[in-house]
Ligand binder design. Structure first.
Ligand SMILES: Cc1cc2nc3c(=O)[nH]c(=O)nc-3n(C[C@H](O)[C@H](O)[C@H](O)COP(=O)(O)O)c2cc1C
Length: 286
């Protein structure tokens, strides 16, 4: 029974090869995850980490693109040293071309999500089974035919998998939009009533003192959190808290001005959240 090794959201596994696939560079995340040392890897063919669940057709497709000087993306399952553990990655591979010659190929790998893994491993299983009685060219044709039947190209299949992940993430975010909004309104009115009761030293600057702030913190490492709109949400949320503090500390005569700002910013913030779902693009972090 093989064990899956899970990558962290921030892990970026990098390796480079020459145009024959011989490893000439690996970063420290590669050695950490693969459990090989640099000495084990340098000068070795990259299939040293190959897992038998990977269809030959995928590597054929990858190499066809790379040798045509085109970057290519693939989901890859790799073995950890000892072949008892494995890990899944989303790999973006770039050939470096100097004077029309490929001098090096580099692969940048990030964590594949469980959704992506479940979808792609189904396709890979079918291809590996097909490859038991067909050669690799037949398998690649079979794969292309399979994509055509679904009116997909290879790149669209990859993008679709990413999009689906985004839809899932956004759904998660949207599911709670109204909950977040009411949470914040309750928080705001609690502050108001504390102020009215004459409490002093009320601290509302720290955004994580509300449930929404805590939630923002838990999702800030997700892929969609790199989105500019998401960053704007965080900025506005911090601003709301600062304004609440100004409201608390201000003279009674001008307090209302700060609260008006808070109302306005909460509305803007949730408008942005509503539109966030419409324009996600996954950017590979390279
Ligand atoms: C830059 C680069 C990175 C690669 N990374 C991997 C990898 O992580 N895992 C893997 O199995 N193959 C990787 N390959 C593909 C291997 O070179 C090889 O084609 C593949 O393992 C299939 O090996 P086989 O043809 O001996 O079965 C990479 C190739 C390049 C050019």
């Amino acid at each position: 029974m093989e064990i899956e090794k899970e990558l962290g959201n921030r892990d970026l596994i990098v390796s480079s090869t020459n145009k024959k696939g011989i490893i000439c560079y690996v970063n420290s995340t590669f050695t950490k995850i693969s459990e090989y040392t640099k000495d084990d890897l340098y000068g070795k063919p990259h299939n040293i980490v190959r897992h038998p669940d990977m269809p030959k057709a995928i590597f054929k497709y990858v190499w066809e693109n790379l040798l045509n000087k085109k970057p290519v993306v693939a989901y890859v399952k790799n073995y950890v040293r000892g072949k008892k553990k494995y890990y899944w990655v989303k790999a973006v591979m770039y050939p470096k071309v100097v004077d029309n010659e490929i001098t090096m190929i580099t692969s940048y790998r990030t964590k594949a999500t469980s959704f992506e893994i479940s979808q792609i491993s189904e396709i890979y299983r079918e291809l590996v089974a097909y490859e038991k009685s067909h050669n690799v060219s037949e398998s690649l044709n079979y794969f292309k035919e399979y994509l055509k039947n679904k009116t997909l190209t290879y790149n669209r299949m990859i993008n679709r998998l990413n999009d689906n992940q985004q839809v899932l993430n956004t759904a998660l975010l949207n599911f709670n939009i109204s909950e977040f909004k009411s949470d914040h309104m309750i928080f705001r009115s609690r502050i108001e009533s504390l102020v009215e009761k004459g409490y002093e030293n009320i601290d509302v600057v720290k955004p994580t003192c509300c449930a929404f702030g805590k939630r923002l913190e838990t999702i800030e490492n997700e892929s969609f959190a790199k989105d500019n709109k998401f960053l704007e949400i965080k900025r506005l949320h911090d601003k709301v808290h600062t304004e609440l503090q100004l409201y608390v500390d201000a003279d009674e005569s001008i307090r209302v001005n700060y609260m008006n700002e808070v109302y306005k910013d909460i509305d803007t913030l949730f408008e942005i959240m509503e539109t966030l779902k419409n324009d996600h693009k996954y950017d590979f972090e390279v």
